[in-house]
Design a protein around this ligand. Structure first.
Ligand code: SF4
Length: 97
């Protein structure tokens, strides 16, 4: 009898559909991140990043990946780093209850 292999649920190629594809990654970096070459950060705000996310067709996939991978260092899925951390902690509390 053949065994069934359970595979993780993924959305193949969702990164290709990202609204931020090709956009300067500094738009999404948090305020503390510094450029490696010591140059000052470009003056992007949270709202700049969130404006891309708001119209992104893969916002859910992106947010869930960030939460699953604990990638809280950039704005992803329409949430900045603080919001991602808060959502992560909220889910931890909910699953522990
Ligand atoms: S939700 Fe935001 S960060 Fe994520 S892929 Fe879309 S535009 Fe990029």
């Amino acid at each position: 009898m053949a065994r069934k292999i359970r595979r993780a649920r993924v959305t193949p190629g969702w990164h290709e559909q990202a609204a931020c594809k090709g956009v300067d990654h500094w738009v999404f970096c948090n305020d503390e991140a510094e450029q490696r070459d010591g140059e000052p950060r470009p003056p992007y705000s949270d709202e700049d990043a969130k404006s891309y996310c708001a119209g992104c067709p893969v916002i859910s996939e992106c947010r869930e990946e960030a939460l699953r991978m604990r990638d809280f260092f950039m704005t992803r899925g329409g949430m900045n780093e603080d919001e991602l951390r808060a959502e992560h902690h909220r889910r931890q509390r909910t699953s522990a209850a």
